[in-house]
Each structure stands twice: as C-alpha cells, then as structure tokens.
Unconditional design. Structure first.
Length: 340
C-alpha cells in the first residue's frame, strides 16, 4: 500500500500483523526483521538503511500497539528495500550503492565491511572501556575516532614497512598528519591487498603492515595520549593564540602539529617481540622524554609557534628522528660494552 505523509511522499511498505512477502524461491519465514540489528540476518538479506529514523519508527509502533490492546495499523509508513544474494560482500557494496537518501561517510562503509574489527579487538586489549567508531553515528564518549587512530598508526609504522614510493620517509610521515582521508584509503588498500593482490610481494607487504597496525592499535594510541598531555609541556610557554596548546581545568592538550613529529620519531623504537612475534615498543632505558619535549619545543619556536606549520614541514620529522637515532646508537654501544 502506498500513501503520503505530511507533504513528503514515500513509497510505502506497510507493517501489519499478517504481513507476508511473496515467495521467490525462498523458504517460508526466510526473512526475519530484527530491530537494532543493521541488516536482515537470514540468507544474507541486507536492509538498505534509506531512512536514518527507521528504528525510531519501530519503537513508536511498539509503544502505540502496547496501549491499544489489539491489532495496530500505523498511520505512517517507511520505505524499505530488500536484497537477497549469496555473496555477503556484494550485498554490503550494493546496499551502500543503492542508498541514495543518506550521504554515507567512507568510515561507515569500511566499518560495514568489517575492516576495523581486528583493529578494534586489539585496541580494546589496552583500552577495554573504549571502542573504535565504525560509523559516523558512533559518537558517544566510549568511541574513539578511528580516522585519528589510523593517522597515528601511519605516523608510527616502522620505516621498513612503509609502502614503496618516490617520497622520502619524512614526506611519508608528513602525509599522516595533513591527509587524514588518505590514511583510511591506504588502510583499506592494505586490507584488500593482503588477501587479493596478484603480486605475492605486494600481498606480503600489505599483510605485514596490516598486522603491525593491529598489534600497535592500543600501544600507539597510548603514546599519542601520553605526548599530548605530557607533564613536561608545563612551563614551556606554548601559546593558546596559535593553538599550540589548549588549557582546561583538567589539564592541557598539545596540538597534533607538535605531536606527530614526535610520534614519527618514536617509530624507531618499534620492533617485533622475539617471543610473541608481535610488534611492540622497545624503548631504551637511556631515552629521556624531557629531551624529546625540548626538541619539539625548539622546532615549534623555529616555526613562529605555529603548530600547523611545524606539522607540515618534512624537515621537522627528519630533525626529530635524529634524536631517537642517537638514543639507539648510545643504547647499542652501552649494550656492546656491557657484553665485553
């Protein structure tokens, strides 16, 4: 049945107690509609979420029906489309493509394809009370910005794992700061290539890089938060007028333009655990965090206190990395001397 509602015309699929769907070679009761589940679960039938308030309609229907004491015929209708296909990946892609009523962000598409599932599981081992946002509607306090995490991970991926390009290592790191969207695109490419790339070398490189990101999801975010709120920033005269720092009653937060070169430098301390074979941070005992803060402050001063200019200069990433390289050399020499 089709009808208008408040001047806006929807093609209507009425919800009635005796509602049935004409059989198309499927067994009876093949389709089960479950509120709060994004999709139809049997036989891989996908619900195209063409109206964002669809779940609210179901709640409103239920409430009205509870008070009537009998059969309830709704005075509103919602347009619903059903797709049936044995290929789960095709169903998801088709559902996204057919959704012309709502502009879906790319992060939601990747989340729907379950690209973030392993990343989220690893992240929650470090932050059990938090979850990665897999949709633009995941906006509660318990959700972490997945795109920001991908930026952090691309800034910290070991140099040997970075994709082969004509860019220098510093320029590749710089990309993670200024090109947020490309971090997601590159991650999606690795998710695809690790299972589907025709070239074995491409497939192996994508697999290794993907596994590194999964292993470091929690630890890398922990480093990011640590440097953003590090106690040694106190007294460094960072200016709020240039947005280098934001002060609140609970503390302060330093701008990403200052933090990302630090994260890139910390990537030199990432290595594989010889026992678990997982990527981890192996920070030498001789490393002093205060030295890193001072070096970052000097770079910020050289850029007139502007964190955006600092974060967009590849030379800054090279300069900050020199500090961690020297720390590794000193640590190696001390280890060699102790062995002799």
């Amino acid at each position: 049945m089709f009808c208008p509602m408040v001047g806006v015309f929807f093609f209507v699929l009425g919800f009635y107690k005796g509602f049935q769907i004409r059989q198309t070679g499927l067994p009876e009761h093949a389709i089960l509609l479950q509120p709060r589940i994004d999709g139809l679960q049997r036989l891989r039938v996908e619900l195209v979420n063409a109206m964002t308030a669809f779940a609210l309609f179901l709640d409103e229907m239920r409430n009205a029906a509870d008070g009537s004491g009998g059969e309830f015929v709704p005075d509103f209708h919602a347009r619903v489309e059903f797709m049936v296909d044995p290929e789960a990946a095709f169903v998801v892609d088709a559902a996204i493509a057919r959704n012309t009523s709502t502009n879906i962000q790319r992060v939601s598409m990747a989340g729907k394809k379950r690209y973030f599932d392993e990343l989220d599981a690893s992240f929650r081992q470090t932050f059990p009370k938090l979850r990665l946002a897999k949709s633009e509607t995941d906006t509660g306090d318990e959700f972490v910005d997945t795109l920001r995490l991908l930026q952090v991970l691309w800034a910290m991926v070991p140099e040997k794992l970075l994709p082969s390009t004509t860019r220098s290592t510093a320029e590749a790191r710089l990309k993670s700061y200024k090109n947020r969207a490309f971090c997601l695109l590159d991650f999606e490419k690795d998710v695809f290539d690790k299972d589907n790339a025709a070239d074995p070398k491409v497939r192996a490189a994508a697999t290794e890089r993907y596994q590194c990101m999964v292993d470091l999801a929690g630890p890398a975010w922990k480093q990011y938060l640590r440097w953003r709120h590090h106690k040694d920033w106190e007294g460094r005269r960072l200016r709020e007028s240039t947005r280098a720092i934001r002060r609140t009653d609970s503390g302060y937060t330093v701008a990403d333009g200052v933090i990302f070169p630090i994260l890139a430098a910390m990537s030199l301390f990432i290595d594989r655990d010889p026992v678990t074979a997982k990527y981890r941070f192996d920070i030498p005992q001789v490393f002093e965090e205060q030295d890193m803060v001072e070096a970052a402050r000097d770079q910020l001063t050289a850029h007139k206190g502007n964190p955006m200019l600092m974060g967009r200069n590849a030379a800054v990433y090279d300069a900050m990395t020199m500090l961690t390289r020297m720390v590794l050399r000193v640590s190696d020499r001390l280890a060699t001397g102790a062995a002799e």
